[in-house]
Design a protein around this ligand. Structure first.
Ligand code: SR1
Ligand code: MG
Length: 400
């Protein structure tokens, strides 16, 4: 491959040469290389040694958003943020993040462990598969990362130095626009069928909803509580019955910790809504268990590793958890609405057939999203949240 020190998109053969040059395979090995990227932004090559079937992933950022095309330029710096975050997450939660073998800032490349033995969780959930350990693993992942990178685990100086390494303005702007702004106004990035127009206009005209979304957007922009993954949907997680691996933290930055939890919940709930024939009750159990494991992990770390003078003051931890719970529900509502009518939909609901069923599910998603945003501060427990979701999504039999 050309090692000119300048960026160029990799070809399949260049991805194979990179792996050889790194010494991961030898020159004599016969390699098979396949571009397998199905996300919105990047090239992803799998390089396999045919003789042994060993493989590596070469991920490369493109200088534009693949989902839109070259008209939407996008910084290559996100590859550096991503490899840095993967390494940081792996230090904090070794079992839940793939190994990174190499990263190159100029080429915007990360070479990492191939997780093809696992499922992309979104795909698995769509096919009806269950992942019993997913909530435990994601709850522990979130509890560890969101505690250990916060002011409660490290000094204010160390936290600010760390946060400076994750200043990620371009990718944050995407979220500010696509999650917190465009779906709530008549914006040309929005994407929805005309049958939803009335429901969407109701959202655009709901002043009390818009005030709540403005509050959540302000929190996303201004609060630097801990290092977030920044895009923790079910397409950013690989799993099987006993393993869970979090990938793709190119949106990582310091933000409000409920954002990661809320995005994960929203994507579970979109899958829950998508099955109109059967109740995927287990997804509500995942939401509940993830929250409970997160609270346990975070609280244990608080009691054993807290460095702030307020750690032993009664009421401080409950205050943080209550705030995080309300934020989680609100961010979850925004993500549900955005994945339904904004840019970058999810297959869970876009693939529903017949079309009229898809429309009915999307209407329900919009109502649930708006309800969660508006009611978030009144919902006190995870059981209440689950009940609210159930009672507002009971009409499944009418869709078929
Ligand atoms: C232009 S990027 C669209 C979406 O893809 C990513 O996965 C993020 O969710 C982003 O909002
Ligand atoms: Mg991604």
């Amino acid at each position: 491959m050309k090692m000119s020190g300048t960026y160029e998109p990799l070809t399949e053969s260049a991805a194979g040469q990179l792996i050889t040059r790194l010494g991961l395979f030898s020159k004599e090995d016969i390699l098979e290389v396949e571009e397998i990227g199905d996300g919105n932004l990047n090239l992803v090559f799998r390089v396999t040694k045919t003789e042994t079937n060993e493989s590596y992933i070469v991920k490369q950022a493109l200088p534009y958003a693949k989902v839109v095309g070259e008209s939407w330029p996008l910084t290559l710096k996100r590859a550096t943020i991503e490899s840095q975050a993967l390494r940081q997450f792996r230090d904090l939660t070794p079992g839940y993040v793939p190994n990174v073998y190499y990263s190159d800032e100029t080429l915007a490349v990360t070479v990492m462990e191939d997780l093809s033995r696992l499922d992309v969780v979104r795909k698995g959930l769509i096919s009806g598969k269950q992942y019993p350990l997913l909530p435990k693993h994601i709850g522990e992942f979130l509890g560890n990362v969101l505690f250990h990178t916060s002011d409660y685990a490290i000094s204010p100086e160390a936290k600010k130095v760390l946060a400076a390494k994750y200043v990620n303005p371009e990718l944050c702007k995407i979220t500010e626009d696509l999650v917190f702004t465009d779906p709530f106004f008549n914006h040309d990035t929005n994407d929805f069928p005309e049958e939803l127009l009335e429901d969407v206009q109701k959202i655009w005209g709901d002043q009390s909803l818009l005030v709540q979304v403005a509050q959540l957007k302000k929190q996303f922009i201004t609060e630097q509580e801990a290092l977030l993954h920044g895009d923790l949907h079910t397409g950013s997680i690989f799993a099987n019955e006993d393993t869970t691996q979090v990938i793709d933290p190119e949106f990582a930055f310091f933000g409000p910790i409920g954002f990661d939890i809320g995005q994960f919940f929203a994507n579970l709930l979109l899958n829950y809504l998508s099955d109109v024939e059967r109740s995927r009750r287990y997804l509500l159990d995942y939401v509940k268990e993830t929250w409970e494991v997160f609270v346990n992990t975070y609280s244990t770390l608080w009691n054993t590793h807290q460095v702030d003078a307020f750690s032993k003051v009664e009421g401080v931890l409950p205050f943080i958890l209550e705030k995080t719970f309300a934020d989680t529900i609100g961010f979850c509502g925004c993500e549900i609405i955005r994945r339904t009518i904004g840019l970058a939909h999810v297959e869970d609901i876009d693939s529903i057939e017949p079309h009229r069923t898809q429309i009915a599910v999307k209407k329900e998603a919009l109502q649930l999203g708006a309800l969660l945003i508006k009611e978030r501060k009144k919902i006190e427990t995870i059981d209440q949240l689950v009940t609210i979701i159930q009672t507002n999504t009971k009409k499944k039999e009418q869709f078929v």
